[in-house]
Ligand binder design. Structure first.
Ligand SMILES: NC(=O)c1ccc[n+]([C@@H]2O[C@H](COP(=O)([O-])OP(=O)(O)OC[C@H]3O[C@@H](n4cnc5c(N)ncnc54)[C@H](O)[C@@H]3O)[C@@H](O)[C@H]2O)c1
Length: 368
């Protein structure tokens, strides 16, 4: 029960393997004399580090490990500096590989270190959170945060292999899993109406983490991301569609502080806003707006806030968005289910009117 997807980027092409109990390091072959530094965090390392090391050692690779504290604060230049030190101590050279074993934080951090250590060593992704499986591990964006903002220092740097072991989702905390479903739903809206239908038909299976359904969903999301990235690796155009719901989400995260909402939760709220804007400005049907809200609700994602931040604050945060030019935010909006357009500027009073019109109710996230 495994699937392989190719990310076609010429000489930088690579495979994403998705399944259970998968080998790691196939792209390296059996390489004695090669060293690896496996980077993980304090939650994931106790669960999966040993297995990862033993799979790499079976290939004759000499393996070192480094563990950073779990959480966004580890996506920093300080953590990167520590990892450079670990890499020097381990004697990594240009034939070596850095392996990211964890969620998007570890993937972005380890990828940035791989891109810059010795001007670039090989990089392998073993994502363990749902968000990392369907989004951050594919496509080559690596970054660390600065005190001034998220992802301000980084590089486009593709991995040589992505290994998605669905079994690791068994231990992912409920709130993190549900948050990952926010990014999953996005793929149906932006690219594939049939995938959206599939979500609607498989809500219980998604919530119970059914492996067969997850295999189909993670595979399709990775295929879509691979297709988009193959066409526009450096976000010159098409890749921006992956930001559906993100203009509002980033503004909400900035205004509320990064510890209030998980990313997928903020994206869920952002998609509701983008869907309502789409209905006003782009002909997205009210029925589709309702379908999206209903699906997100049933998956346990937030779709409304009882006390939304002041519009003036959200609007100011939107101005700081990378996609805002001359104070005009450029939205990804939906024309129909499975088809979005990028670069829509919406009249200022519509932005506010739609925001104010979003229904208010209290959201309780699952804290398990
Ligand atoms: N590079 C990209 O294209 C891209 C895209 C989207 C998001 N991101 C970045 O990804 C990060 C968010 O990623 P995330 O949501 O995976 O966060 P995360 O890496 O912080 O992981 C979420 C939490 O789950 C834990 N965890 C992960 N896998 C686990 C498992 N299998 N079992 C038990 N616990 C597990 C982690 O320790 C952490 O506490 C952000 O920094 C964001 O900027 C990057």
């Amino acid at each position: 029960m495994a699937k392989t997807i190719k990310v076609n980027l010429g000489a930088r092409s690579y495979d994403i393997s998705i399944g259970s109990d998968l080998p790691i390091g196939g792209a390296l072959g059996n390489k004695s004399g090669v060293s690896a530094l496996v980077v993980s965090d304090t939650n994931v390392a106790p669960l999966y580090m040993e297995r990862c090391i033993s799979l790499l050692e079976k290939r004759g690779i000499t393996v070192f490990s480094a563990v950073v504290p779990a959480g966004e604060l580890s996506k920093s230049l300080d953590s990167a500096a520590e990892l450079y030190g670990n890499a020097v101590d381990a004697g990594l050279d240009r034939k070596s590989v850095i392996v990211a074993l964890g969620g998007g934080v570890v993937g972005d951090l380890a990828g940035f270190v791989a891109a810059t250590f010795l001007r670039g060593v090989k990089f392998l992704q073993v994502p363990t959170s749902l968000l990392a499986m369907v989004d951050s591990s594919v496509g080559g964006k690596t970054a660390v945060d600065l005190p001034q903002g998220k992802n301000l220092v980084g590089a486009f740097y593709q991995p040589i292999e992505v290994v998605v072991d669905l079994d690791s989702l068994d231990t992912l905390p409920e709130r993190e899993y549900i948050s990952g479903l926010g990014e999953v739903v996005k793929y149906g809206v932006i690219w594939d109406a049939e995938l959206f239908d599939y979500f609607e038909q498989n809500i219980d299976a998604m919530l119970s983490r059914d492996k067969g359904v997850l295999l189909n969903i993670v595979k399709r999301c990775c295929e879509i991301k691979a297709e988009v990235v193959a066409e526009d690796e450096r976000e010159g155009g098409l890749r921006a569609i992956l930001n559906f719901g993100h203009t509002y989400a980033h503004a909400l995260e900035t205004v509320s502080g990064y510890d209030k909402w998980l990313h997928g939760e903020a994206v869920s709220l952002g998609m509701v806003y983008a869907a309502k804007l789409s209905a006003t400005a782009c002909g997205f049907s009210e029925d589709n707006v309702h379908r999206l809200i209903s699906l997100l609700d049933k998956l346990g994602l937030p779709t409304s806030l009882d006390e939304p931040p002041a519009w003036s604050k959200l609007r100011a945060a939107m101005d700081a968005d990378k996609k805002t030019l001359n104070s005009v935010p450029h939205f990804v909006l939906a024309e129909r289910m499975g088809k979005v357009v990028f670069g829509c500027d919406v009249e200022e009073n519509t932005l506010k009117k739609v925001m104010i019109g979003v229904e208010r109710k209290k959201y309780e996230h699952k804290n398990k």
